[in-house]
Design a protein around this ligand. Sequence first.
Ligand SMILES: [Fe+2]
Length: 111
Amino acid sequence: MKIIKCKNNNIMALLKEAENVDDRIIKANSVDAAFEKHVPQFEREGDKVIVLVNHVMEDDHYIEWIMVDYGDKQIIKHFNPGEEPKVEVEFKEGMKAYSYCNKHGLWENSL
Ligand SMILES: [Fe+2]
């Protein structure tokens, strides 16, 4: 999954290949910030997985969303300050998850 930052600072997930976006692709896990407080964690319970991020959810610093990427399907959950950044989804081999911190950008992990 390629995630880009537009000129107007909107964040977009590319649902198909596009040209001339290479300079706007956001690289996951590339900001100098605490890895363990940003990268999505997986807690598997049978055929379910809880994806969560161990991050503060303050008014000016929080996880905006988590996206679970199955390759052929994506699930995105948005969060507000004060909410717990976690989502329960079905387990699939090779699944990935992305989280987005409003200050520290994009983070990625796979199961
Ligand atoms: Fe952060």
